[in-house]
Design a protein around this ligand. Structure first.
Ligand code: ZN
Length: 154
């Protein structure tokens, strides 16, 4: 974790933080189990219990040096800016802002950024077949008034 990570507020039922601007994510480094720059995992810092999330910046011209798959987690990649290529089980396709990809545990995946700009994406890992409901089915509307504090800047 780097100095960019600023846990700003926590409560009984939440944890919120600033991780910095997307273009500054390259300051995050990890060394184990492999070296990576521009990758910040959120599970431990935010105490997530059902998912792992990483925010990623992948520099122009970079390629992942290996393929990988997962033991138990499926992954969802959400590309937010830039362009690149993704490869799953030998099939290659273009990714760009707005591309979303779910990869099953057994999918052998890798990616590269063959463009001249950074590629930004979010990766969410969650245990395969663990979801019991989707869309809005798990939400419950709470009937109580909404009160905001006065804006301190005004
Ligand atoms: Zn993975």
């Amino acid at each position: 974790m780097s100095l960019l990570f600023d846990r700003m507020v926590q409560g009984k039922n939440f944890m919120a933080a600033h991780v910095g601007k997307w273009e500054d994510l390259s300051q995050y480094k990890m060394t184990s189990p492999f070296k990576a720059y521009g990758k910040v995992f959120l599970k431990e810092e935010l105490q997530c219990t059902g998912m792992e999330v990483s925010l990623n910046v992948f520099p122009a011209g970079a390629s992942m040096p290996f393929h990988h798959k997962h033991k138990e987690n499926e992954e969802l990649y959400i590309f937010v800016k830039g362009e690149g290529q993704f490869q799953i089980d030998g099939e290659t396709f273009e990714v760009r802002e707005g591309t979303v990809i779910r990869v099953a545990t057994e999918g052998v995946r890798t990616w590269r950024n063959h463009s001249s700009e950074n590629l930004y994406f979010i990766c969410i890992q969650a245990k395969a077949n663990s979801l019991v409901t989707g869309m809005t089915e798990d939400g419950v509307v709470i009937d109580q008034p909404i009160n905001w504090l006065e804006d301190e800047k005004s």
